[in-house]
Design a protein around this ligand. Sequence first.
Ligand code: F6R
Length: 240
Amino acid sequence: MDIVKAGTYEEMSELAAELVEAELRERPQAVLGLATGSTPEGMYAALARDCESGKVSFAEASSYNLDEYCGIPASSPDSYHAFMEEHLFSKVNFQPGATHLPDGNGGEAACESYEKSIEQAGWVDLQVLGIGNNGHIGFNEPSDHFPVATHLVKLKQETIDANSRLFEDASLVPREAITMGIGTIMKARRILILANGDAKAEIVKRAFFGEVTPEVPASVLQLHRDVTVMLDARAAALIP
Ligand code: F6R
């Protein structure tokens, strides 16, 4: 596990974008695993800027997002489809059809077909992750086991509370989601996990310097061969 301590959020975002760009230079046809949330927004802005200037190209790459809410249409401004369109897909040169998100309203059949589609793509080359305050990755919430494949989940109250900032009204936050499993994520060849801000300092310490346990889903990454944990100074404040 490589721990990279950046200073500010902007520095972390630039370093993260550099890592993704290096992957795309080495492997133009890379399968990228992508995350939503506040954490990667700066990285996406840097990637959009660098694609615009010709420094990086997504023309041969493809992507699979980690997760999507259930119960809202993909066309809703609150969906992860919309988030990705706004922050990355509308600003870089992926080919039409090269980007994928799970169908939040497709039930078990959508879980199976999403997992199969990632498998057919040869699994993910570089998976980008954020971490929830409770240690979740994707929407794999703390539990007594590590879910293997793409599946439906009931979100924990703390996740609903954390995500309510992005909704007009807390009652509108979906209670369920579809997410890649821990097994899906662990099949990625390389993983980049980002965390910034004071609120993530405690969980960063537990996840990467504590016991490997499904109670802290991100802790499983300690068992992966090629993980880079990239932090700003605030999120790194409690680690040795
Ligand atoms: C998003 C995702 C989540 C977020 C996590 C952190 O696709 O899978 O695991 O990465 O909830 O969210 P932020 O970045 O908003 O703190």
